[in-house]
Design a binder for this molecule. Structure first.
Ligand code: B1M
Length: 211
């Protein structure tokens, strides 16, 4: 089994105690950090999702896989971000109300940070008013990102964008949205300024939006 397959298997099977050493060994052996992330850990989470959908695993197993991935990402973190210099201002990010998924949001935050932004992370299950409050509390902030992972929280994403517009914050910030069920069409329909399918393209988009 290759090192990357071992990492994928550890995430799939929730081997929390093993992941740190597997990731560190792979890095020491010269594996690329982005490959470890995308081909090892993110790919494994897709398998976990498929197993959940087919009732082969349940929420507790999904949770332990998520915990394993988070620990793996922490080990990778210094290799993904390099020497960060915050020169592009603040970026407010959160997962919308009713939604507890944060792995994707955290990866977006990590890539945004690598692109030179200071990330203000509001966490998960963030009510629309909290996004508005954070924008008003950070008048120099020009970008806000909202993540939704459930089809049932796409309404909250729409509500978040609406609340930011209704609060008169659109002159201050541009709104970026993303998450597995979100599409460019949906982003356009709810009045977001930008949609990105993954963390890497979110960072590129953020830089475009402030240039
Ligand atoms: Co949940 N879950 N989950 N879950 N979970 C999904 C999303 C699901 C697709 C699984 C499935 O059925 N196949 C399904 C949603 C179905 C749907 O809505 N159509 C689902 C469900 C049903 C649920 C519960 C309702 C289960 C239940 O309780 N019966 C429940 C809901 C809880 C809630 O939020 N209220 C639930 C709970 C959980 C756990 C807590 C157990 C755990 C989350 C732990 C955590 O995040 N701390 C969990 C997990 C782990 C998953 C899966 C398996 C993995 C999610 C993940 O981390 N993916 C997921 C299945 C799947 O995704 N295949 C699933 C890896 C991550 C890197 O990808 O988050 O898509 P992703 O992020 C990407 C892009 O989407 C994008 O960039 C990221 C990185 O490249 N992106 C952005 C994300 N945000 C962005 C923002 C941007 C731009 C890009 O701009 C601002």
């Amino acid at each position: 089994m290759s090192r990357i397959s071992e990492i994928a298997s550890a995430v799939e099977n929730g081997k929390v105690k093993l992941i740190e050493s597997l990731v560190q060994n792979a890095l020491n052996a010269g594996e690329d950090a982005s490959n470890i992330l995308s081909e090892g850990m993110i790919a494994a989470m897709s398998v976990v999702g498929a197993k959940f959908q087919s009732n082969d695993i349940f929420v507790p197993e999904m949770l332990v896989s998520a915990k394993t991935m988070k620990k793996g990402v922490e080990t990778l973190r210094p290799y993904l971000t390099g020497g960060i210099v915050s020169k592009n201002g603040k970026y407010i990010i959160g997962t919308v109300a009713g939604d507890l998924h944060d792995i994707g949001k955290n990866l977006v935050a990590l890539m945004i940070e690598s692109a030179g932004f200071e990330v203000v992370d509001l966490g998960v299950d963030v009510p629309a008013e909290e996004f508005v409050k954070a924008i008003k509390a950070n008048p120099e902030c020009r970008l806000v990102g909202a993540s939704a992972l459930l089809t049932t929280t796409m309404g909250a994403l729409k509500g978040t964008v609406r609340a930011i517009i209704d609060a008169g914050c659109k002159d201050q910030v541009k709104i970026m949205v993303g998450g597995a069920p979100v599409t460019q069409e949906f982003a356009d329909a709810i009045g977001a300024d930008a949609y990105s399918p993954d963390a890497g393209s979110a960072a590129v988009k953020a830089l475009e939006l402030i240039s």
